[in-house]
Design a protein around this ligand. Structure first.
Ligand code: DON
Length: 317
């Protein structure tokens, strides 16, 4: 399908596809375990699709909805850690394999030797990656992360939501236990303070965006690390290749295999209901739909991406 035909189809059909997928939100549930997320609008669904050309912006549904990135931030903290430490530095501490377990599971940390997290997309892996980001104290680390998000999104005002941050920090018993377990396994080094690392992790999960931000971040990945406006190489291509591969194999947690078959493009979900998806060389996509399935992925959002991929033949295979 030519780029023009695709754009025309999207312009014509996107609002209707959003309304059809929105019905799926009735079968999902808004995340409750971070209390501040529980009030999100369960029936919301919005999508922004952004390409590099003029007029390559298509939106439908509740695109004004603001939400926190949650696990979507893990893609970008991994990029920053790779830029800070290189592949060897990162993969000495975290693996490259999908788990088939829930995103907050600690099962394999004890069952498998060495006890390093299986991949950087699960919570244990992302907490480890956060510890690898350079900065002499937690504030400097977080400032570097935020500056990175601001540069990639083109929004100098981007910041974290202090209510969501505090709400997670006060209730994160599972993440705390994962982090202390990592410390005991010496995955977090002797100089690392567990609470400091968790604090940076909770803050980057709480960075607040809308669908437009996610689409722009996704477009940088679609363009192999280039700034969509001026073409500057913002991230080394090799690191973008690594994170897109992780998104494909682990980005939708233990539903990543099904998503790969039904949709077939790299994507990363978050428990606030966001999904960042990438159509390589073409689009960055941001979706919000706060009602989640049992894997922690937006029910309506996954359905919408499946519809789009089917209609526009987006699968990489
Ligand atoms: O650590 C947590 O549990 C959350 N801050 C993020 C988890 C998440 O988004 C999982 N995604 N589907």
């Amino acid at each position: 399908m030519s780029a023009d035909t695709e754009r025309d189809t999207l312009r014509k059909k996107l609002p209707e596809w959003v309304e059809t997928s929105r019905k799926l939100s009735a079968s999902g549930k808004v995340a409750q375990y971070i209390p501040e997320l529980a009030g999100a609008p369960a029936g919301a669904l919005g999508i922004t699709i952004l390409g590099p050309g003029p007029g390559d912006l298509l939106q439908a549904g509740d695109v004004g909805c603001r939400f926190t990135m949650q696990s979507i931030s893990k893609v970008f903290t991994l990029l920053l850690a790779l830029m800070d430490r290189g592949e060897d530095g990162v993969f000495a501490k975290v693996g490259m394999e999908p788990t088939g377990d829930d995103f907050n599971s600690m099962l394999k940390l004890e069952l498998v030797e060495p006890g390093i997290p299986f991949n950087p997309m699960i919570n244990a892996g992302a907490i480890t990656v956060t510890s690898l980001i350079e900065g002499e104290d937690p504030l400097t680390k977080f400032d570097r992360i935020l500056a990175f998000f601001r540069k990639l999104s083109g929004d100098p005002e981007l910041t974290y939501n202090p209510r969501v941050y505090k709400s997670e920090a006060l209730t994160a018993h599972r993440n705390r236990s994962l982090a202390y377990f990592l410390k005991d396994n010496a995955v977090l080094g002797p100089d690392e303070d567990v609470e400091d690392i968790l604090d940076v992790y909770f803050k980057h999960c709480s960075i607040e965006v809308d669908c437009g931000h996610l689409a722009r971040l996704g477009l940088v990945l679609a363009l192999d690390g280039k700034d969509p406006v001026d073409g500057t190489q913002l991230i080394p291509t090799r690191y973008v290749q690594i994170v897109k591969t992780f998104m494909f194999s682990c980005g939708m947690y233990n539903a990543s295999g099904e998503f790969a078959i039904r949709v077939g493009i790299p994507a990363k979900s978050g428990v606030a209901g966001g999904i960042l998806a990438v159509v390589p060389d073409r689009y960055g996509i941001g979706v919000i739909g706060p009602a989640l399935n049992r894997y922690g992925n937006s029910t309506a959002g996954v359905h919408l991406l499946e519809t789009l991929s089917g209609a526009l033949d987006w699968s990489l295979f």
